[in-house]
Write a protein of this length. Structure first.
Length: 200
């Protein structure tokens, strides 16, 4: 059972995306499809993310030349499982790359092991415990978690993590509304996911 507030937030975000006319929307994911996805990939959607995808599944358009993501909207219905796993693993793999190539080390992990292989092993051990982030669009992510909603949308690029929306509805406005203008001083998202919020 998802919360009324989370359901409203997700449905309103879907309505706002539909109003932009940028993407065709297929019928939303069914309860059976959500159950299959969550079982296969080992996470539960946050309530607003679930309601967003239940209201309508955005369809990818052919990529433009040089576009990083050929399928920025995760293809939860009938998509390639390996591609979805890569998109789900993107945040963690980004941190692993930073540890391997940029000497990054999270201070909460204690002292960095001297050897590169040992540091990678230690980082992967710690990263197996961090909250799961679920792809929303390209490298924009929401924390997983049934019973939760209203999380800020995070843009993930290795350890360069920024806010892309105060919540799902605000994100649709920030990413897809051409008339959005600049954010005012009251725009002050607060990340909720442990570990990831420390990288902002």
């Amino acid at each position: 059972m998802i919360s009324n507030e989370g359901a409203h937030l997700g449905a309103e975000a879907a309505r706002r995306l539909a109003e932009t006319g940028l993407y065709e929307l297929e019928p939303g994911l069914t309860d059976a499809e959500f159950a299959r996805i969550e079982r296969e990939y080992g996470f539960e959607f946050a309530d607003d993310h679930r309601a967003f995808l239940a209201a309508g599944l955005p369809v990818n358009v052919p990529p433009e030349d040089g576009q990083t993501w050929s399928t920025p909207w995760p293809e939860w219905r009938g998509g390639d499982m390996d591609s979805l796993r890569r998109q789900l693993g993107w945040p963690v793999e980004g941190v692993v790359l930073a540890v391997e190539h940029n000497e990054y080390w999270y201070e909460g992990w204690g002292r960095r092991p001297a050897g590169g292989a040992a540091a990678l092993d230690e980082a992967r051990r710690h990263l197996a415990e961090v909250p799961v982030l679920v792809p929303l669009y390209a490298h924009r992510y929401l924390p997983a978690g049934r019973g939760s909603f209203g999380h800020p949308v995070l843009s993930m690029w290795q350890t360069d993590i920024i806010y892309y929306g105060a919540n799902l509805l605000d994100y649709i406005h920030q990413e897809f509304d051409e008339a959005r203008g600049e954010a005012d001083e009251s725009w002050n998202p607060r990340a909720t996911a442990p570990f990831w919020r420390d990288l902002l």
